[in-house]
Design a protein around this ligand. Structure first.
Ligand code: FE
Length: 217
């Protein structure tokens, strides 16, 4: 049997992997008992999980991207040894041991998938969104990346090639989106606000300054 890197690593196996690890079973059992007794509201729990998925986790990656936009030496380091460059900002840990950063340009847009399950760079992006683990995304990202991008509201010129990177147990990818125009002189913190989770998976672009202004309460 050919070596399958997905069989010798542990990460969250849900979706079409039916076997749950002991920890998953415990968590699910606790969640159902606590919600039956009325101690927790499953909806509130979903909000909490979403917070980790879309705010806290991806903020780490956003800082990596903003630093790369500002600091050419850091950007070069990311290109040579993304694991080390990212760890230098304090973001390291399980599911992020071997990172590769892929930088978008006018000529090439990068998009990340795990065709076999849901390998994802946790230390920089947090928990994977459910669509990332879904069968349609996993199959269509490779076959029809432009169509998938269109569904995410992204249309790129035909002159921009789309390269799809298939994550494995060994390698996790971080997309470095292009820096939006109109951000000259911005601080790292301000730039990081433009970097969305999806832009670091490659299913989105960094927000423009206008979009960022509109999104403020
Ligand atoms: Fe996987």
């Amino acid at each position: 049997m050919a070596h399958d890197p997905h069989h010798d690593h542990d990460h969250d196996h849900d979706g079409d992997h039916s076997e749950l690890g002991p920890m998953d079973l415990r968590v699910r059992a606790l969640q159902s008992v606590l919600s039956q007794k009325g101690y927790i509201d499953p909806a509130a729990l979903d909000v909490l999980i979403d917070t980790y998925q879309t705010r806290i986790g991806p903020r780490n990656g956003a800082r990596v991207v903003a630093r790369a936009w500002l600091d050419p030496a850091f950007r070069d380091w990311l290109g040579r040894d993304a694991s080390a460059a990212i760890a230098s900002l304090g973001f390291a840990g399980r599911q992020g041991e071997h990172m590769v950063a892929v930088e978008n340009t006018d000529d090439q847009h990068n998009m990340v998938v795990c065709t076999l399950c849901s390998c994802y760079p946790w230390p920089v992006l947090g928990l994977p969104p459910s669509w990332y683990k879904s069968a349609p995304y996993r199959s269509r990202a490779v076959k029809d990346p432009r169509g998938v991008l269109a569904e995410f509201g992204v249309s790129l010129p035909d002159t921009t090639a789309i390269r799809v990177w298939d994550s494995t147990a060994e390698v996790r990818y971080l997309v470095i989106p292009q820096r939006p125009d109109g951000t000259e002189g911005w601080s790292e913190e301000r730039l990081a606000e433009l970097v969305t989770r999806d832009s670091m998976i490659g299913t989105g672009l960094a927000r423009t300054p206008e979009a960022e202004r509109r999104s403020r309460p």
